[in-house]
Design a protein. Structure first.
Lengths: 474, 450
């Protein structure tokens, strides 16, 4: 009985106009967006490789390690390969940071970018699934029950010994399979294109992330389809069902995820980035002023011995140099802790705001799906925070490197105190290479959203199921 | 006859469930969006004042001028109140800009530290109208003709001496009247609520811009009503009409405007900022290298100052040319993207509304030019002047007069210029209206009502 009903439902959908529209949209949008974003990734990768070389050359052009210490080095986050399907936060241009010895790293932005891209969302697979396919899910399901009731075929079908549970299950499976078949074909085609692409070779973990994100798409559409079926069971007329579903779709897909950051910014405001920067600079300025005052005092203290010259003068110069070098290292430690302290406090506030926004937005299954897909692809919120942590770790290595290089020359200030000026050579300087979080960590972070989607799919299907068991077929 | 038909259509619409849903959505979304974005604008203004005051305090506490020169001057553009209606490129124009004689211009991080702001589109009024209201408009009329045919009331009506053109005009005006009334009520209440809840206030010119925006919104909604009517007169069944309407809407609103900018980036790629910075550095090195020997041979301070000024002017000139070339390429890319995407009325609406709200591409391009060229030169000249003044007082130590620092005030387009920028898109929206209406008209004249 079930196979027959399933075949009937599946064929009915496949032979309808809506299947043509859904197939066209799924296949064309997914493949076109993949091809276009692949080209975009290639450009970004080329720019990244060029930038890395340019930043290295800039660092090599300094005269000595003091200059390197003062000006720092620029580093950049590489483009993520999975952005070809799940663009997420790759649209943010804040991917370059300056690493300095005495301040925590800060990201800076860019104004020379395509302004037209900033005005419109990127049409990646995430967008196709979250916006287009979710709408199609409602279009496929809105008249599943209400339409049959209007056409009076429902009472005909149920006048035979067709169990209602089989009937509704067949409706769900038939409709869902007909909707997802073209999308599955598009996914496989996209995977083939990615596999055949020379510069986009995915690693095993990236293929794993791609597959899990695709699985999340299927679960998400199951949620939307179940919701559509539920509303169809509850509404007597299809016109009413489609209007109710459109109302829900607009709210869930286009509004709830988008308003949640604004609501959370009112509930849990965060100190403005510029205020934190200002505070850090203010405190660092105070420390630097105090350092220079102490340095003057030390020079005055050693002044007499320095003026004596000869061996006494040399000894005094050496001692002064060591003293100032120690004070300079202490200054660096203090300025770094100031920056660390302020940015950590800011990040805590920000994490709280993000948590509230995510909690509000999870009313909509779209948000859960977006978080899963972008986090797995390494283009989500987790990546941003992980990148900042990676920058801070690299900054510690950079500081350590400079200290090692300059310890024989009193922090690179040897020429002031008669010490040796080390030869400037940064060929052995640690290179910043951002790998991203391991996929297991990203998957673990997505479990909550996966769980929510799963529960929603089951609950909504059960709601549709129970509604249908009681529906008046007359 | 026409008035009777319009009244019939309006009553039919108002008494339908569809209108209730549409009105509710209009009201909740448009008013809600206005209130939320107004509150967001108040927060941005609050942050702007705090940042300006904090920066002023820091500058005035600086020990000496050299400290200021090392750390540079950080400036910000005042938040635009019209961004509460059309956010456009406002977040990028709100970034801090730090100028220092010792470093390249640094653009600060986004004023929206929460990355979720970038993950989802800004739900401002233009987003609601561009995406949601256009969908509602097309769903309002998708079965205006084919639905009546299915109910067999169309042939009844036309069996009387009712001209077909009058019937179609009646449907058109009836649908527009209902949608416009909902829009007017929602926008009005949104503006009132926004004024009560936040400090959002518009000047006279800004109200004129809002007026222009409102007209663009009316044009945009009518495009989709005409499109819906055209689809309805092209099909026999409302189910088919619904599918085609959704397909067309997805392509025109969600597909074309979003795909085109990425395609344009492939066709006209921009050179990377690092390459640009490298070329700028090469110019600095070359010019300073050219005068190094002459500086060593210079006998007087005056001579040295002249040489330095000469080098600075040469650098400014060459950097200006470099930036101009880069900017031309960047404008080329933006122009190509705009040109192709104007196939979609949604893109035209976005360009027109952001142009009027001063958050569009032209304002952004002017802002970037101001940051890298105009203000940079003013900053360098201003700092040189301040340094000369301090030297003449034979003292470089002491508080810096914040009022004497160059002011970061990018000029906004006049309202006439904004309308000029929006003219092409407004013209296209009018053209789409006429095109869809005429095709619907021609189709309906031949429509088989049996």
């Amino acid at each position: 009985m079930l196979p027959a009903l399933l075949r009937k439902e599946f064929m009915e959908h496949v032979l309808s106009m809506r299947f043509v529209v859904a197939s066209l949209l799924s296949v064309v949008l997914v493949l076109v967006s993949l091809i276009v974003l692949k080209g975009d990734y290639t450009q970004k990768k080329e720019a990244y490789d060029l930038n890395r070389g340019a930043y290295r050359q800039q660092a090599e052009r300094h005269d000595d390690y003091s200059d390197l210490e003062l000006e720092g080095i620029r580093v950049e986050r590489p483009p993520q390969k999975l952005q070809v399907s799940y663009y997420g936060l790759e649209k943010l241009e804040d991917k370059t940071a300056r690493i300095m010895a005495y301040l925590a790293p800060t990201l800076f932005g860019e104004l020379y970018k395509s302004p037209v891209s900033a005005l419109f969302p990127t049409p990646d697979m995430l967008y196709v699934v979250a916006v287009v396919l979710s709408l199609m899910a409602f279009v496929f399901s809105y008249d599943a029950i209400s339409g049959e009731r209007e056409a009076e075929t429902l009472k005909l079908a149920l006048s035979y010994s067709v169990p209602r549970d089989r009937f509704i299950l067949a409706k769900w499976l038939g409709g869902y399979l007909s909707l997802m078949t073209p999308f599955a074909i598009a996914l496989v085609a996209a995977a083939v294109i990615i596999g055949l692409s020379e510069n986009l070779g995915f690693t095993v973990s990236q293929w794993f992330a791609y597959t899990i994100a695709a699985a999340a798409s299927f679960v998400f559409i199951a949620v939307m389809f179940s919701l559509g079926l539920f509303v169809s069971c509850r509404c007597a007329r299809s016109a009413t069902a489609i209007m109710v579903l459109l109302f829900i779709w607009v709210g869930m897909v286009l509004m709830v995820p988008n308003v949640s950051p604004y609501i959370s910014s009112q509930i849990t405001p965060v100190t403005a980035y510029g205020v934190v920067e200002n505070k850090i600079r203010q405190r660092v300025n105070d420390e630097v002023r105090a350092f220079f005052s102490r340095m003057e005092e030390e020079r005055r203290r050693y002044g007499g011995r320095l003026r004596q010259g000869g061996q006494v003068g040399e000894q005094a110069r050496k001692e002064l140099g060591e003293r100032i070098d120690k004070m300079w290292n202490e200054l660096q430690n203090r300025t770094n802790s100031i920056a660390e302290e302020e940015w950590t406090a800011h990040e805590r506030e920000l994490a709280r705001q993000i948590g509230v926004a995510k909690m509000i937005s999870r009313i909509s299954p779209v948000s859960s799906f977006v978080y899963i897909a972008t986090d797995l692809a390494g283009t989500g919120v987790r990546k941003q925070l992980h990148f900042m942590r990676a920058l801070r770790e690299y900054q510690k290595l950079f500081r350590q490197y400079l200290r090692e290089k300059t310890k024989s020359s009193l922090g690179g200030r040897g020429y002031f105190f008669g010490g040796d000026e080390p030869e400037y050579d940064i060929s052995d300087m640690p290179v910043f290479s951002y790998e991203g979080e391991p996929v297991s960590a990203r998957l673990a972070g997505s479990l909550l959203d996966f769980g929510m989607l799963g529960v929603e799919a089951v609950v909504l299907f059960m709601a549709a199921f129970l509604s249908f068991l009681r529906v008046d077929i007359m | 006859m026409f008035a009777v038909l319009v009244k019939k259509e309006i009553l039919n619409n108002i008494l339908s469930f569809r209108f209730a849903v549409t009105f509710l959505l209009f009201f909740l979304l448009i008013s809600g969006s206005m209130v939320m974005m107004a509150a967001n604008h108040s927060k941005q203004m609050h942050d702007y004042y705090n940042l300006t005051a904090a920066y002023r305090q820091r500058v005035e506490q600086m020990r000496d001028f050299q400290e200021f020169e090392i750390f540079g001057m950080t400036s910000r553009r005042r938040p635009n109140p019209l961004s509460a209606v059309a956010m456009g490129l406002e977040p990028d124009m709100s970034r801090s800009v730090t100028n220092s004689l010792w470093q390249d211009i640094e653009i600060g991080g986004s004023p929206y530290a929460n990355p979720l702001f970038a993950l989802f589109s800004t739900p401002d009024v233009t987003y609601v109208i561009s995406i949601i209201v256009s969908l509602l408009a097309i769903l309002f009329v998708f079965d205006a003709v084919c639905g009546e045919k299915e109910e067999e009331t169309l042939k009844l009506m036309l069996s009387n001496s009712v001209p077909r053109d009058t019937v179609l005009m009646g449907k058109c005006v009836g649908a527009l009247a209902c949608l416009y009334a909902s829009l007017f009520i929602s926008l009005g209440s949104g503006l009132v609520a926004a004024r009560v809840i936040s400090s959002l206030a518009f000047s006279g010119t800004e109200w004129l811009r809002m007026g222009g925006l409102f007209l663009v919104v009316l044009l945009y909604i009518s495009v989709f009503v005409m499109l819906g009517l055209f689809i309805s007169t092209s099909t026999q069944r409302s189910g088919t009409s619904l599918m085609i309407s959704l397909l067309v809407w997805v392509v025109l609103v969600l597909g074309v405007p979003n795909l085109v900018p990425v395609v344009a980036r492939q066709i006209v790629p921009l050179p990377s900022m690092a390459r640009l910075a490298g070329e700028e550095r090469a110019i600095h090195e070359e010019e300073w290298g050219n005068i190094r020997q002459r500086l060593r041979e210079a006998r007087t301070q005056e001579e040295r100052r002249e040489l330095i000024t000469e080098a600075r002017q040469a650098i400014e000139r060459r950097l200006g040319m470099l930036r101009d070339n880069y900017e031309n390429r960047y404008i080329q890319q933006a122009t190509l993207a705009k040109m192709i995407s104007r196939v979609s009325p949604s893109a035209c609406f976005t360009y027109a509304s952001t142009a009027l709200a001063l958050t569009g591409i032209d304002t952004y391009t002017d802002f970037v030019r101001y940051v890298y060229l105009d203000f940079r030169s003013r900053f360098e000249r201003g700092i040189a002047e301040l340094r000369r003044d301090r030297r003449s007082r034979e003292s470089e130590v002491g508080a810096i007069d914040f009022e004497r620092l160059p002011k970061f005030e990018p000029e906004n387009d006049t309202i006439q210029l904004s309308f000029k920028h929006a003219l092409t898109d407004i013209g296209l929206l009018c053209a789409y209206n006429m095109l869809f209406f005429l095709t619907a008209f021609v189709k309906f004249l031949r429509y088989d009502v049996k």
